[in-house]
Design a protein around this ligand. Sequence first.
Ligand SMILES: Cc1ncc(COP(=O)(O)O)c(C=O)c1O
Length: 460
Amino acid sequence: MKYESVPMEKLEAFHTDYLFYQTRRKLPFIDRAEGIYIWDHTGKKYLDGSSGAVNCNIGHGNFRVANRLADQARRAVFAYRTQFENEPAHRYAASLAEHLPPHLQRIFFVSSGSEAVESAMKLCRQYFFNRGEKSRHQFISRTPSYHGSTLGALSLTSYSPLEIPFRPMIHSRPKIPSPYCYRCPYHHRSTCNLECAWALEKTIQEEGPDSIAGFVVEPIGGASTGALVPPKDYFSIIQHICRKYGVFLILDEVMTGFGRTGSLFACEHWNVEADIVVMSKGMTSGYYPLGGIAARTEYVEEMLENGGFSHGHTLAGNPMGCAVGLEVLDVIVENRLPENAAIMGQTLKNGLERLKKKYEIIGQVRGKGLLQAIELVSDRKTREPFPPAWNAHFILTDEAYDEGLIVYPRRPIKGLRGDHIMVAPPLIVTRKEIKELLELLDRALARTEARLKKMENTVL
Ligand SMILES: Cc1ncc(COP(=O)(O)O)c(C=O)c1O
């Protein structure tokens, strides 16, 4: 299909002050997108090296999904769940259940990752409330972490710039250190007894086991830590502790789910049995807003038996989102995208390791499947980060953007210090496209290194 680009002058006129997000920064308009590429209104082409916000797993411009969306829109755009059942929601829930571990066979739909995290917290609390364990209300999570921007999800998140203004409004919750081995929170370099995992037991005991409802954790760290893969035995310890104290293990697979890390869900890498899996992003790959939770069957059945679940959103389980989710899941499974993510992820990782050999500013390459990250350092030996005011992660991101490559920047030390970028292209990426991505990143790194050296010389 051919697209006519709107003339640039006309589009610029749409740059109004009416619409705002975080800052006043003006960006190019998107014109069209196909596969792993995006074109802006000037005709410039970008390689989407971050799948948007690490969500566009099946790639852009998938007409099979677009057609399914249009078909459903013509049939019924909305059905309120207290008035009608809808076929796409039931078919999608059944299809998801088929691909989830056999103990997670109850699905609840919402419209975003943050809503899904909040729903997991509320389901967990409601379960304990309905069975008379009313003291269990507290949740433990990790630092750093990201679980969403709404106030409940933000209370689990640990990424200072996003929390500081809202702290008086956020429920204070205990946090344990993330397994950030490159900068071990316990300062171990060669020995490791997984103190960061055992910290969960210590915290449960300190808080009082009867008060703890759940532990919420990203199986592989996302934006806040930069594709942090836990050590091999991490999740068996976490699983053991959660079982010992009757605490829900809630895996936030919003970023890792739907093939991203080389298996449909990241929990499959460690055989960990979650009580709730939280989903969004890749679920519809950006073709429609959708999120959801999959919960342990017997817990949901008991909760429904004992008074039900006092929770819901207007658009929960709407037919549009579910029709898209169903089609996207079929695309992921039929095209074996998790397998492709595992293979291409290794190719990407090897390439990033080669770039590490070339550029001293790369301290570590980490990740799994097509969720990869590089952390930048000013001194590789001491692992000293660049001065925070230099914003090295933004410099690299801007240089990459100039080259026509999109990457995802964040800070790994509580969001305050350190610099990393995530490299996470759509799961349809080919070997040739990975090569192109690495060439663009190579050029961006060369320019970034030169700029950072210049800044260093100015300071000295
Ligand atoms: C692990 C994780 N949980 C939750 C969320 C929140 O999702 P949303 O932005 O759709 O609200 C995100 C978003 O990046 C995420 O990465």
